[in-house]
Design a protein around this ligand. Structure first.
Ligand SMILES: NC(=O)C1=CN([C@@H]2O[C@H](COP(=O)(O)OP(=O)(O)OC[C@H]3O[C@@H](n4cnc5c(N)ncnc54)[C@H](O)[C@@H]3O)[C@@H](O)[C@H]2O)C=CC1
Ligand SMILES: CC(=O)C(=O)O
Ligand SMILES: [Mg+2]
Length: 624
């Protein structure tokens, strides 16, 4: 105890008296003076308990040695901040909010709403999910696209309390033990990203954890996964975003991304660690750059319960929408293989959609090799370098099957690298689908060209996220191409008033209609892996969800207000398929044999009964 403080205490007889009567006050004063004297403070807690205790929490300022001593490694972003930096980060964020509230995005208060919801999430999960579920239409655009994009872009400023785990390149060799720093013994769902391609916003490094949190919010709200059993994960292998590399307040590793075998070794170690601690967990890969999205999917999909949402979830949602667009023309779904489809964007999402659409067409055409080959003639793929043909040098192997033969293309009046507008003019497609991350790519000229479509009802899918990356808005589409189109976008837009009491319907074509059901169905079936058949069953279920009357009105996806119901149906379809493929091993007391005995209706009940609802449980105190 410092002599100065001791002297002050002696001088205060009333304080001494109070100290004698209240020993805890004495303890407090001792710990205060020891802190003054830089002697350690004893704490009787570790891990998240420390971070959730405002008395002891230092947040991002915990040093690495303290993080190891207190079981905090992995529970905080890896860059250790000084006190000054912490304050600077907070102040910079506060200022940013003021600017955004003045002249920010379309909803200037979106970020402020996110903060308020996030604070509630930190304080009271049951209430948070109650609010989210009851107001899903209003708040999905806040916790998910588009606002989650803004949140990720500003995450280093917004970060307050940790949520989820960070496995960084600096944690190599430690992951198997640090996974035990997570307090929950049971984890059902992990959403993991490496932050390399967040929505259409590019490499956001460690800040991409926001997307994993947003996706898991939908897992809880739509699929009824217990919020205590979800885990958002960031694998921080560095960033190639030069702005973040130069920003002293950036919370992630400030080094260029690991690549090649070093990168794979980190992801391998993470997968091994989480499946060792939680053998039944399901891992959703989210927003990995295409370079790794396909490779990691192939690497893990036959050994682990995992899927890639951008490749596989998006594909299923697109197939459901494409089949809806055929029905909206008043034609049977079986006419799908006759559709001419121009796809702008050949990344993880675009190629995922193309592969699934090709397979669906091939199945409808007889499911043989020639059907598989002839289906390819229905697609024209345009990327940043224009139309992809077999004349293209250094073609991405995943895009190769969709490269058009140059002779055929010349006959159509096209060439290698032809622009999107040229392609639309020559092909006159039934469908124009964008997964390019380029806002406004479907320019007035492109949309004008689509007016010559040979379809009775052209379909436009502007699927890139967030809102500013949409290839066009519904207003632009309806006003240029005409009232008789089908329109879908990845982020939500309002319906368009076409005048005379008519409404141009804006569908939200987003993988949120499938991933929660794929996860829930896999969990409740206890399927060993997530097969193509299970994903196909999910897509078909979504396609069949819309009534004839709805699709004829151009409504090809459900309203988000029914997301819990559609998720339940999708989960049931996934379970049924996993039983048929003999992959289901059961879940808890519902073993594989019992599962096989369930009727369609009983599977539906089983799903419903296992969905978590935000009701306060009765609490009983138990001493240690
Ligand atoms: N609606 C939904 O459910 C989903 C939407 N997305 C969105 O799709 C977009 C793309 O995602 P990824 O495929 O993973 O990205 P990516 O970066 O792997 O691929 C982007 C592709 O667009 C191409 N591209 C760039 N400029 C172009 C141009 N001017 N014209 C034509 N193509 C161009 C690139 O060459 C590349 O092939 C993102 O905005 C993402 O938010 C992704 C998954 C789901
Ligand atoms: C929706 C989604 O997964 C994406 O834009 O990446
Ligand atoms: Mg994604």
């Amino acid at each position: 105890m410092s002599s100065k403080l001791y002297g002050q205490m002696r001088a205060s007889s009333s304080l001494l008296k109070r100290l004698k009567q209240n020993p805890w006050l004495f303890q407090w004063s001792r710990s205060f003076t020891t802190m003054e004297g830089h002697r350690p403070t004893m704490v009787h807690k570790r891990s998240l308990d420390i971070l959730h205790d405002p008395w002891f929490n230092k947040g991002t300022a915990f040093t690495m040695t303290e993080r190891d001593r207190l079981d905090l490694r992995g529970l905080l972003p890896p860059n250790v901040m000084s006190t000054e930096q912490q304050i600077e980060r907070f102040m910079a964020d506060l200022k940013r909010l003021e600017v955004q509230a003045r002249d920010g995005p379309s909803d200037p208060y979106a970020l402020a709403k996110w903060r308020i919801l996030n604070r509630l999430h930190d304080r009271n999960e049951t209430m948070y999910y109650n609010v989210l579920i009851a107001n899903i239409e209003e708040y999905a655009p806040i916790v998910y696209t588009p606002t989650v994009g803004l949140v990720c872009q500003n995450y280093s400023g917004l970060f307050r309390r940790p949520r989820g785990m960070y496995f960084s390149a600096e944690d190599r060799g430690e992951m198997m033990s640090m996974v035990y720093n997570w307090p929950a013994d049971q984890v059902d769902m992990i959403v993991v990203t490496d932050g390399s391609r967040i929505l259409g916003l590019g490499d956001l490094g460690v800040q991409g954890i926001g997307i994993a949190i947003g996706k898991l919010d939908l897992y809880v709200a739509a699929a009824g996964i217990n919020p205590q059993r979800v885990l958002p994960v960031m694998i921080d292998v560095g960033t190639n975003n030069e702005k973040l590399l130069k920003d002293p307040l950036y919370l992630g590793l400030q080094r260029h991304r690991l690549d090649g075998d070093e990168y794979i070794a980190v992801v391998d170690e993470f997968m091994e660690a989480v499946f060792t601690r939680w053998p039944h967990v399901i891992v959703q890969f989210e927003d990995f750059q295409s370079k790794w999205a396909f490779k990691l999917l192939q690497r893990y999909r036959t050994t682990y319960r995992m899927f890639n949402d951008d490749v596989q979830g998006t594909a299923g949602v697109a197939i459901a929408g494409l089949l809806g667009a055929v029905r909206a023309q008043g034609r049977p779904m079986i006419d799908f293989p006759k559709q001419k489809i121009v796809v702008a964007g050949a990344g993880s999402a675009g190629i995922g959609v193309l592969n699934a659409a090709r397979k669906t067409m091939a199945r409808m055409l007889g499911n043989n090799e020639s059907a598989f080959e002839s289906a390819l003639r229905q697609f024209w793929v345009v990327d940043a370098n224009g139309l992809i043909t077999d004349e293209r040098e250094n073609i991405d192997p995943d895009a190769l099957p969709f490269a058009r033969k140059i002779k055929e293309i010349h006959r159509q009046g096209l060439r290698e690298g032809a622009s999107l507008v040229e392609v639309v003019k020559q092909v006159k497609p039934d469908v124009l689908l964008g997964l390019s991350a380029v806002g406004g790519l479907f320019s007035k000229e492109v949309l004008e060209a689509l007016k010559d479509s040979t379809s009775t009802r052209p379909a436009i899918f502007a699927m890139s996220n967030p809102t500013k990356n949409a290839e066009c808005s519904p207003e632009e589409a309806f006003s240029v191409v005409g009232d008789n189109i089908v329109f879908a976008s990845g982020s939500p837009f309002k319906d368009v008033d076409l005048g005379n009491g008519h409404v141009g319907h804006c569908n939200q074509g987003n993988n949120m209609y499938l991933f929660p059901g794929i996860g829930l169905g896999t969990l409740l079936s206890g399927s060993r892996i997530i097969s193509d058949g299970m994903l196909q069953a999910a897509a078909e279920c979504l396609a069949a969800y819309m009534s004839e009357e709805e699709v004829l009105k151009g409504v090809i996806y459900p309203s988000i207000s029914s997301i819990r119901d559609i998720t339940k149906e999708v989960a049931a379809a996934v379970i049924k398929e996993s039983i048929e493929e003999d992959l289901a091993e059961g879940y808890r007391e519902m073993d594989a044999r019992e599962l096989r005995k369930l009727s369609q209706e009983e599977i539906g009940e089983y799903v419903k009964n296992n969905m978590w609802s935000p009701d306060y449980p009765t609490l009983v105190y138990k001493q240690d």
